[in-house]
Design a protein around this ligand. Sequence first.
Ligand SMILES: Cc1cc2nc3c(=O)[nH]c(=O)nc-3n(C[C@H](O)[C@H](O)[C@H](O)COP(=O)(O)O)c2cc1C
Length: 302
Amino acid sequence: MDITVRIGNKTLKNPVGVASGTFGYGQEYAPFLDINNLGAIYTKAITPEVREGNPTPRIVETPGGMLNAIGLANVGLDNFISQKLPFLKKYQGATIVNVAGRSEEDYCQVVERLNGFEEVWGYEINISCPNVKCGGISFGTDPVLVESLVGQLRKRTQKPLIIKLTPNVTDITITAKAAVSGGADALSCINTLKGMLIDTKSKKPVLSNVTGGLSGPAILPVGIALTYQVAKAVDIPIVGLGGIMTANDAIQYLLAGASAVQIGTANFVDPTITEQVLEGIINYMKQEKLEKIEDFHQFLLA
Ligand SMILES: Cc1cc2nc3c(=O)[nH]c(=O)nc-3n(C[C@H](O)[C@H](O)[C@H](O)COP(=O)(O)O)c2cc1C
């Protein structure tokens, strides 16, 4: 059985990774699980500058999930290189750096600076950030901006470029195809859905940012549907995520067309969940006599 996954010019040792923003830079989770068993760590987003993020409250539980409006709080590029990369270097899986910015130049700066570090396996490009030059609309909702950004990044790196799609669009296949035209190696599907909760006592929004991103089990069917739609529209690998809490959830993403998966919110519930998901995928492959990850795609996508 072969559980490796090819993305661009590189190979992941297994299809199970941890989602950006839910695993920090690995250090906090190391006491709880053997992080060497992960196929990939997708880091918390990195921007050129240090970011404090939004004022609290910035996280709240919802029925079947959670809302967050962290505001891309992160250690910034310099501190990432000096304080976080040395730890990540020791680990055997792929370190995929999640990149964010306010402009194309911000993204390019992060990618160019990290290119020389062998321990950086590739990049996941978070295109859900507002583009200052375009009046704050999100990169990820405008196919012209998506293609241009990915094209700029493609010129600057040979490492795998995984573009993380937002579900907050009318037709996700349009942005997916734009990312492919720009030169993406893979697509992550999906980021959080916009949501809001109101405190009925104070009659104010619960989050200081008013709205936040919904994640967790509530979004599982949305993520699976969008993965399936994207898989039918493009020919590059898809990394499926959104609401995966069990191996069975992950298997559904693989059947829908994903070649790898990420676990996000579930890490907060059970830090060892990734090990269980990987074991469940392997058991299912044995039981169903699937030899390799692409074999999952013969049932719904053929
Ligand atoms: C607290 C928190 C912080 C997040 N930060 C990021 C981030 O920095 N960059 C990013 O691309 N996605 C970020 N996400 C989105 C997740 O990576 C993931 O796309 C989303 O949570 C859906 O997966 P899940 O339902 O398994 O959590 C964050 C999610 C949460 C819950």
